[in-house]
Design a protein around this ligand. Sequence first.
Ligand code: ADP
Ligand code: MG
Length: 226
Amino acid sequence: MIKVEKLSKTVPSGDGELRILKGIDLEIKAGQSAAIVGPSGSGKSTLLGLLAGLDSPSEGDVLLQGQSLASMSEDQRAALRARSVGFVFQSFQLLPSLTALENVMLPLELAGMEAPRQRASTLLEELELGHRQHHYPRLLSGGEQQRVAIARAFASEPAILFADEPTGNLDAKTGAHITELLFSLNRDKGTTLVLVTHEQGLADHCERVFEMYDGELSELPRQRPC
Ligand code: ADP
Ligand code: MG
């Protein structure tokens, strides 16, 4: 379960302060799927980073699985992330000095899971990257890097998966495959999904849809149940 109250983020800007997030209230139950849509620059990535404990809010707190991120040390937050959170960055953020396979193995090793190499390799093959496992990120196309980033976030079957425009760089067929993988995790493992997306098809798959507009979040009514 993810819970935030009055979450704000303000950053210094040239001639004063920029309020990126303006008092967000949000509660997502364990096992739910939620999409966050909204125009570019409205604060979606900033919110996702705060929810995952990758960044600190100016005001408010985030509770992940009942635990207050504000009350934890950076090490405790890192341990919680390694245990329970997967994150697909909009800009991938693969480690350049590690191969695709090593990038995917890393969180498995951090989480102390068994057979990390075998697991990472199987997942990359499933994403049709078997032949790219031993390549470094700079040798991969944008779409390939995105699939490695997704494999890395999925690999440890985290309780909560955050993904920032996970199908943004993919062709329709690969995008549909990623969508299927995301929702099979949600269905089969009860993974909570929080996705930022511009794609209506992906948002339509989610139980709940939120719209960010100029740092404010509102929930959209659903046309149909899914
Ligand atoms: P979105 O993901 O919806 O496109 P972002 O969360 O990336 O939006 O950014 C929201 C706004 O905040 C943008 O105008 C962006 O330039 C600004 N912004 C984000 N992070 C910072 C930062 N660390 N310092 C200054 N401005 C930032
Ligand atoms: Mg963004």
